[in-house]
Design a protein. Structure first.
Length: 168
């Protein structure tokens, strides 16, 4: 390789790496049990050592008229308002309540579409810095909720939500 090309590549690498600032990444804490396992709402899922339990997000996700427990530990919420919402499927007959996963968000919106076992899809609104947010769509598949789509959005000057996916 010609020496001028080596100098150019080194300069380009320095320019590209020096201008980026790293955003803090925060991994979701591990849940206390696996998806599909018997669990106790308010104790299991993603919970802190001394939880401040809130059940205000309970929703009827399977259309049977009874809300499924969605439990959050408010001590684990971020300054942006994002929390870990633990979802449980109530016992059927003599079964136990099953842990169905955790939504990471500031707000939840049940959608009209449905996954396995007639469970409603859920859109989670995850606040980011700079007025941006992620819309994360969850679908119930194989016994638990999984993220199936993520779109980044921001508030426009007229307060409308502008998203990266312009087709929707």
């Amino acid at each position: 390789m010609h020496p001028r090309w080596i100098v150019a590549l080194v300069a380009l690498g320095a320019a590209c790496s020096g201008g980026h600032r790293k955003l803090p990444v925060r991994a979701m804490p591990a849940p206390s049990i696996q998806v599909g396992a018997c669990g106790e709402p308010g104790r299991d899922g993603v919970m802190g050592r001394s939880p401040k339990v809130d059940r205000s997000a309970d929703r009827d996700l399977d259309g049977d008229g009874t809300p499924e427990p969605i439990v959050v530990d408010r001590t684990l919420c971020t300054p942006e308002g994002n929390c870990y919402w633990n979802v449980f499927v109530p016992p059927r007959g003599a079964e136990c309540a099953r842990y169905a996963g955790t939504f990471e968000a500031a707000a939840l919106e049940p959608l009209p579409t449905r996954g396995d076992d007639n469970m409603r899809d859920v859109r989670a609104y995850f606040n980011q810095s700079g007025g941006r947010l992620l819309l994360q769509s969850y679908r119930f598949m194989r016994g638990g909720y999984q993220i199936v789509d993520v779109i980044q959005c921001k508030r426009g000057p007229d307060d409308r939500l502008e998203c990266a996916d312009h087709e929707r």
